[in-house]
Design a protein around this ligand. Structure first.
Ligand SMILES: *Cc1c(COP(=O)(O)O)cnc(C)c1O
Length: 378
């Protein structure tokens, strides 16, 4: 076993895109000249228009973050009672339901995609069910056809948490066109970001007016407040940053694709290690993440052991998503949270490990990370 030295500086799973400071400063100069910092200024309008093209969606509303966007999506669709969702996600997904007084009903996931298992949704539907909130986990599309089919048969609304799916397409169709509303997060840790930010996309024109009303306190005009709204507005500084970040993502995606291929080459054929899908037919992937699964028995040591070992070398991989949302104190007493209802989600949450992936890493860095991982089992 050749000895490996720890990285001098910590390696995290991602590093945000920082566009050229000069380019951002030019945008800021325009903002200063406009004397407008928020409430649908020029940067906001331009970013909305640009993202509509980029994501290939007819309608889009910007937000100050993805979570508020998701809250607003639930409110726009009038969701109540129970909504069927996945436990294998970031806390914001079920929290957006709970903040709307909706009970999240957890459905198990499939082993191949780690997304909600469409074949298990129907048995969870009750007279109180009003919708399905599914997540395109790590940018792999959900079974959109079967989910829509179930929704149509039972008169349910469909919301997609597309926080991981910026730029993903099915058959050339932007992922934000599926379901009634999709949410994107533009948090700094996401491929495309505005430091903090997010958006809702939809194909129904009626939603545009309602969403824009709700994200601005429900204010229709100076004398009329027509709904219980919230403050979900993105400001001009964020929108300006987004416009510059957008021009960097193509190059960043190419670099991540190259580094993913290096991971693949070094880790393929390793017993007990499941790599992310490389190609899915008809799907344009975003190359945002590199998440592996470690089968303790076949690999020779546990995910937690690999995680701890990497830490010793200054590599901070993340256990996404562990713990499962259904095991949080606030949800574990829900009937649907029982481990018997969620066998795959519970198993997979013990196996997943999100590995460092961002453009500034080198093939040599990846080689070292893979070396630490394979040495861990010895
Ligand atoms: C990042 C993320 C969110 C939350 O988005 P914010 O913009 O940080 O509020 C929601 N869902 C998933 C799956 C995420 O990864």
């Amino acid at each position: 076993m050749k000895s490996i030295k720890p990285f001098k500086n910590p390696i995290y799973i991602t590093r945000p895109i920082f566009p050229e400071l000069d380019a951002y400063t030019m945008r800021l100069k325009e903002v200063w000249e406009s004397q407008k910092l928020t409430n649908n200024g020029d940067m906001h309008k331009l970013l909305e228009r640009t993202l509509r093209q980029e994501l290939k969606v007819p309608f889009l509303s910007l937000f100050n973050n993805g979570t508020i966007a998701l809250l607003t999506a639930c409110k726009t669709l009038g969701l109540k009672g129970e909504v069927i969702t996945t436990p294998f996600t970031f806390p914001a997904t079920p929290h957006a339901l709970a903040w709307n007084n909706i009970t999240p009903v957890f459905c198990d996931i499939t082993s191949s995609t780690m997304n909600i298992d469409a074949s298990k949704i129907e048995e969870l539907i009750t007279p109180r069910t009003t919708g399905i909130l599914a997540v395109h986990v790590f940018g792999v599309p959900c079974d959109v056809k079967n989910i829509q089919n179930i929704a149509d048969r039972y008169g349910l609304k469909v919301v997609y948490d597309a926080a991981h799916a910026f730029g993903v397409e099915i058959d050339g169709n932007g992922i934000g066109n599926y379901g009634d509303i999709s949410m994107f997060s533009f948090h700094a840790t996401k491929l495309f970001h505005t430091a903090e930010g997010g958006a809702l996309t939809f194909s129904n024109e009626r939603f545009k007016e309602k969403v824009d009303l709700l994200k601005n306190f429900g204010i229709r005009n100076e004398e009329e407040v027509v709904d219980v709204g919230i403050n979900g507005k993105m400001n001009e500084l964020q929108a300006a940053l987004g416009l510059e970040v957008l021009s960097c993502i193509g190059e960043e995606q190419n670099k991540r694709k190259y580094l993913s291929d290096v991971y693949r080459e070094l880790l393929s054929g390793c017993d007990g290690l499941t790599l992310p899908p490389e190609n899915i037919s008809d799907v344009t992937m975003s190359n945002q993440y590199f998440v592996v699964r470690i089968d303790k028995d076949l690999f020779g040591c546990s995910r937690d052991r690999v995680y701890e070992e990497l830490k010793k070398y200054n590599v901070f991989a993340r256990k996404y998503f562990y713990p499962l949302c259904s095991n949080y104190a606030c949800y574990r007493d829900n009937k649907s949270s029982s481990v018997i209802n969620l066998p795959y989600a519970n198993r997979i949450s013990l196996e997943v490990l999100s590995l460092p992936l961002y453009g500034a890493l080198t093939a040599g860095d990846i080689e070292k990370i893979c070396g630490i991982m394979t040495n861990a089992k010895k």
